[in-house]
Design a protein around this ligand. Structure first.
Ligand code: G1P
Length: 298
């Protein structure tokens, strides 16, 4: 049994990159093919053995709470029609995990959002999954991160190599090799560095397994980049904290498919890449794409 049983999912962002769609609908509820982006994230946590999910929400997130609840009216209609297939689709999200909510209040940054989870999480290691990062379900990584935490203690982050020009969009880790090919020791971290100053091209992807020692550090963390309390800054302190005090940060290298569903282009790519593989939609979509693509002008 893993020690990591709980996940924290920050979901208080305004989603301004997707206006006007996100004016009254939380960005987490935008469908990727036919499932809200956030449901993929919860399913990913559940696949890694997690059964308790805490959402950090804000105003305007009612639809998210409704999605992970039962819709008895809809279920009654589908049951009376004998539509078992859609009945399963309508109820599956409510049965995935024990779901809890806490509101962030002031949006003071990702570190602040994670700190809101302290009471719920208590003295246990826990996962953090950022809703904008969609990890292709065919390339799971969280389970491996949990395994690394169970083996070594400390905290574990997910690292992906990106072109140097793109590193300023991410938290960046200075690393050294370990005896395991997919695991790196994290020696330092910096949030969204300029390309020229970045200590590596390893970007933090929005998956973390954190030691509860992070809470004490977050309480002391002053606003950093963008005037926000940054999780990366707290991890930086953890990287040089002794293991006896819950310190130590390792990075697991991710080489699979990942989409930023908060970015419109990457969102469209996610929809297409997941849809072409589906048994129900894939064959017709692939046929159409083959006809459509040659008609495109550069
Ligand atoms: C956050 C983190 C950043 C990380 C990124 C991954 O930034 O602060 O370190 O690289 O998520 O998606 P955001 O994209 O929320 O600004």
């Amino acid at each position: 049994m893993s020690a990591v049983r709980k996940a924290v999912v920050p979901a208080a962002g305004l989603g301004t990159r997707f206006l006007p769609a996100t004016k009254a609908t939380p960005k987490e509820m935008l469908p990727v093919v036919d499932k809200p982006a956030i449901q993929y994230v919860v399913e990913e946590a559940v696949s890694a053995g997690i059964d308790d999910v805490l959402f950090i929400t804000g105003r305007n997130k009612r639809a998210l709470e409704d999605h992970f609840d039962r819709n008895l009216e809809l279920e009654t209609v589908l049951r009376s029609k004998g539509d078992e297939e859609r009945l399963a689709l309508a109820s599956e999200s409510a049965d995935l995990a024990r779901i809890h909510y806490v509101r962030q209040g002031d949006p003071l940054g990702l570190g602040h959002a994670v700190l809101m989870a302290e009471n719920h999480v208590g003295p246990e290691p826990f996962a953090v999954l950022l809703g904008d990062d969609l990890i292709d379900p065919r390339d799971p990584i969280l389970e491996r991160m949990v395994q690394v935490r169970d083996e070594h203690g400390g905290s574990v982050i997910c690292l992906m190599e990106v072109p140097r020009a793109a590193i300023s969009l991410y938290g960046c880790a200075a690393v050294s090799a370990t005896t395991q090919a997919d695991v790196l020791d994290v020696t330092d971290l910096v949030e969204k560095p300029d390309a020229a100053d970045a200590p590596s091209t390893f970007a933090i992807i929005g998956r973390y397994v954190l030691d509860p020692a992070v809470f004490g550090i977050l309480r002391e963390t002053r606003p950093g980049r963008g005037g926000e309390i940054q999780l990366t800054d707290a991890l930086r302190v953890l990287a040089t904290t002794p293991p006896s005090a819950g310190g130590g940060v390792r990075g697991v290298v991710f080489r699979g498919r990942r989409y930023d569903t908060g970015d419109r282009l990457s969102y469209l790519q996610a929809v297409i890449r997941l849809a072409v593989e589906r048994d129900d939609l894939g064959p017709e979509l692939r046929t159409w794409l083959r006809e459509f693509v040659p008609t495109l002008t550069p």
